[in-house]
Structures are given as structure tokens and as C-alpha cells.
Design a protein around this ligand. Structure first.
Ligand SMILES: O=C(O)CCC(=O)C(=O)O
Length: 273
């Protein structure tokens, strides 16, 4: 990325003419123009190099994760941030009919949040399953306490494979390329410290982007942070564990060419109070 801040700040300066020069520089007089003719001798000058005062920082290329595996994306005092990707968690044929059922049978709604510039409607549809309502961005999603049987079956299958248990689910429907979710971490107090999030995707592939939170000395500047991109395909499962929600943010950005609908289910564990 071309950015002014990327340029090396090399400082140099024209040194003054050496004191004991054998060729004295001609002094311009009123009769002489204030420029040098080709037959005149230039004053003896040297270019002196000084070390750059600032380190040249590069914007790192995003790391692309698309193969099945377990990836430690960072290690910090807060712990290891770990992703586990299962690209074909659901067989594509099975995923096809699941997608259709979820799209038509989940009670989708469009939530209105309160941001710094006032209320705004989310650019996607959502539905929340759990024992208690879910509050984020200063507004609350009513809980569907009666789980759709397909959602229960998917939760059971994920619990069996991962060894984790979940009691809540946020469903997201991205209707087209303009639907998105902005940078955030799943770090609401009700999720407690180091929550495990299991994210199951159906339909159109969209890129799940992650960026590491910057160190305090960068004062909230995300320019040079590490980035990870995970294209989430039809039937894929992504598990986020450890310090991932503490140390990283994620989003699914808008796209600029046609995209078919996509459903994402994020299973979580909510602790009341
Ligand atoms: O759609 C996705 O893959 C991400 C959803 C998400 O970030 C969330 O529900 O918090």
C-alpha cells in the first residue's frame, strides 16, 4: 500500500563549503547575475548522510487461511489466539438444503443500533437464540427460546467435533454484496474472558477479515497491524479460541460485485449476569 508513512525518512543536507578550499567560490556582485554559467566553477560542496531518525514500517500483507488446520495467529501476554478451520464441515449437498431451510424458517429481523451519529439499521438480518436477550451496540435482540430442530442438530454436531458446549446462537443473513458486519470483537461482558466462538457458514463465500489490535504506543492506529483473511465457504466451520476476541477484531466487508445470499451462524456461551 502506498502511504506517506511508509517512506523512509532519510535525512541529508548540503554541507557548508570546506574551509580550506583551494578554489574560492566566486562571489556574485551586482554586475553578475545570481546564477552559475557553464564555464564557472561550482563551489566545493559535499553531501553528508545522516542515519534515518525513524524506522521504515511496512504494511504487512494479510495472511490467507483457507486450508483445514489449526492456526495460532498470535501469542501475547493475554494468551494464544487460535483459529481452527474445517472447510467441509458440512457436505455441500447437505449444506444446500440446510441453507434453504434456514433462509425460509428462521425469524429474520433487521436490528436498529445506536451509534455515535445516532440510530442506524444493520446492513444484514439477524436472529438470536438463547435463554436471555442479547444486547450489543446499545440495542437488544429478543431471544428465540424455542430452537429450530436444524439449529439444535447443528449445535450438537459442532459440540461433538469440537468438545465445547454452547447455549446461544447469533444468526446473520447477508442478502447481497452490500450487506456486511463492521470491525468488532465478540467481547461483550456476558461472554466472559476468552470466549470460544464457532462460526458456521452457508451459501455465498464471503471473506472473514481479521486485524490485530494495535499496541498502546500506536494510539489506535491500525495501519501496521497483522491481518488474516479467511474465505468462508458453503458448509465451512471456523472456531475462534483463546485470546482471539481480546487481541483481534473481525468483519465481513461489503463487496463491489454481485454476491448471492449467505447465512452465518455463530454459536457462543452466554453467562447470565
Ligand atoms: O458472518 C460472519 O462470518 C461473521 C459474523 C460475526 O462477526 C458475528 O456474528 O459477530
Amino acid at each position: 500500500m502506498d502511504d506517506k508513512r511508509q517512506r523512509a525518512r532519510v535525512q541529508g543536507a548540503w554541507a557548508r563549503p570546506a574551509k580550506n578550499t583551494s578554489r574560492p567560490a566566486p562571489v556574485p556582485t551586482a554586475a553578475q547575475p545570481q546564477c552559475w554559467r557553464s564555464d564557472q566553477v561550482m563551489p566545493d560542496k559535499k553531501f553528508t548522510y545522516e542515519d534515518p531518525t525513524e524506522v521504515n514500517r511496512r504494511v504487512p500483507e494479510p495472511r490467507i487461511i483457507e486450508k483445514e488446520g489449526c492456526y495460532d495467529i498470535s501469542t501475547a501476554p493475554s494468551g494464544v489466539s487460535r483459529l481452527r478451520l474445517f472447510p467441509l464441515f458440512i457436505d455441500p449437498k447437505e449444506a444446500d438444503w440446510m441453507f434453504e431451510q434456514l433462509r425460509s424458517e428462521i425469524p429474520w429481523t433487521q436490528k436498529t443500533n445506536l451509534g455515535p451519529d445516532g440510530p442506524y439499521t444493520e446492513p444484514r438480518l439477524t436472529s438470536w437464540y438463547g435463554d436471555i436477550p442479547y444486547t450489543y451496540s446499545s440495542s437488544t435482540l429478543r431471544a428465540n427460546s424455542h430452537w429450530h430442530p436444524l439449529l439444535t442438530a447443528l449445535k450438537d454436531r459442532i459440540e461433538e467435533v469440537t468438545g465445547y458446549t454452547f447455549n446461544s446462537l447469533l444468526c446473520n443473513l447477508y442478502r447481497h454484496e452490500k450487506d456486511s458486519i463492521d470491525w468488532h470483537s465478540d467481547d461483550e461482558p456476558a461472554l466472559r474472558n476468552n470466549p470460544v466462538i464457532a462460526s458456521l457458514s452457508f451459501g455465498e463465500t464471503r471473506v472473514f477479515q481479521m486485524r490485530k489490535k494495535p499496541p498502546p504506543e500506536d494510539h489506535g492506529d491500525y495501519m501496521y497491524v497483522d491481518r488474516v483473511h479467511v474465505p468462508l465457504d458453503h458448509g465451512s466451520l471456523l472456531l475462534m479460541e483463546g485470546a482471539t476476541q481480546n487481541d483481534w477484531q473481525h468483519r465481513v466487508p461489503k463487496e463491489y460485485h454481485d454476491r448471492r445470499p449467505r447465512i452465518n451462524l455463530t454459536f457462543r456461551t452466554i453467562f447470565p449476569n
